[in-house]
Ligand binder design. Structure first.
Ligand code: GTR
Length: 328
């Protein structure tokens, strides 16, 4: 009798342990939400997709990342705020709107700062890039990786732009960023800050005369090209994209899971950059096909006009501008 009771007890205990174990596994499954304002097949969103797949693999399925493309969760400004207070876990955004919350990041929006793509990656992958990611922490954001965003150039609906003088009197949409307002103003236009999602109808209805962006954003992510006639490749800024994690989410992760997320994000850079190159070519081909007039201006006059922005920001950014320029 006593033996039978003992056996029962052992079986009951084993059951309790098994159920607790299963609950443990269940409790450890975490779903993180990630946002991007581009469609699912865009290079940045595909970067997030790589992160999701790799994190699932590295954590044996304990961390599941759901991706919300096409600004489904809101504009960049709104999603950055959500990331700050933990309502969103992961967010891929342009650094321009981030400057509203982390002004130091504005150094990357200095016009004609990077000589070329090699210089850009040298800086982002070096100590300055790391220092800037650290700055994000002051705003409750963890920066995991930079993505390529090429160079931004002006596109207009009614008037071709050959020199900064042609921009005079034109209303040009800018991202929500004081630095970008200053850049576009220094180049001669009247900046109109607006979220990305509002630009198409503003171009169509003539609320603005143009905007500025890289070729894939103009020709593939959006249909802005449908209401655009001229694209002037003045390439005034090369603002990186960044993958952010909410510090609130970050602090809930074990060191191993943080490392998995970091590793996945770092690996995703090569994927994003590879796709980016193809998208730039595809975008330019599409613009030509659609009969958008592509203007290759003499950049010297644009560079000259843009100097005013460097001077304005030198007191704020200190030697950082020169350090970036001299990085080799
Ligand atoms: C794109 C960037 C988007 C968004 C957009 C804009 O280049 O990838 O995230 O910032 O520009 O102009 O709003």
């Amino acid at each position: 009798m006593r033996e039978a009771r003992n056996v029962l007890l052992v079986v009951a205990m084993a059951l309790v342990v098994a159920v607790a174990g299963a609950a443990d596994v269940l409790a450890a499954t975490m779903v993180l939400r990630a946002a991007d304002d581009h469609p699912m097949d865009y290079p940045t969103t595909q970067g997030l997709k790589y992160i999701a797949d790799r994190v699932r693999e590295l954590t044996n399925g304990r961390i599941e990342i759901q991706i919300f493309p096409s600004a489904q969760l809101g504009s960049e400004t709104k999603t950055i705020e959500m990331t700050q207070f933990g309502a969103l876990d992961i967010n891929r955004v342009s650094i321009a709107p981030v400057t509203q919350f982390v002004p130091a990041m504005g150094v990357f929006a200095m016009p004609y700062l990077f000589r070329d793509e090699a210089h850009y990656w040298k800086v982002l992958n070096g100590p300055i890039g790391a220092q800037m990611l650290k700055e994000l922490e002051k705003a409750n954001l963890i920066g995991l990786a930079y993505y390529d965003s090429g160079a931004r150039s002006f596109y207009t609906t009614r008037k071709p732009i050959y020199t900064p003088a042609d921009l005079k009197g034109l209303k040009i949409r800018v991202q929500r960023s004081q630095v970008m307002m200053d850049v576009v103003q220094a180049l001669g236009a009247t900046p109109v800050p607006m979220e990305f999602e509002e630009v198409y109808s503003a171009l169509q209805t003539g609320v603005i005369d143009g905007a500025e962006n890289n070729p894939p954003s103009l020709a593939i992510s959006t249909s802005h090209y449908e209401v655009t006639r001229y694209y002037t490749l003045d390439e005034h800024v090369r603002i990186p994209e960044v993958v952010l994690v909410s510090a609130i989410t970050w602090n809930k992760l074990s060191p191993q899971d943080q490392a998995a997320l970091r590793q996945a994000a770092q690996e995703s850079v090569a994927v994003q950059r590879h796709l980016w190159r193809a998208y730039e070519e595809r975008a330019m081909a599409k613009l030509r096909e659609r009969g958008i007039q592509i203007i290759v201006p003499d950049k010297a006059a644009f560079q000259e006009a843009a100097r005013a922005v460097w001077e304005k920001y030198r007191p704020q950014f200190g030697s950082l501008i020169d350090e970036i320029v001299s990085a080799r």
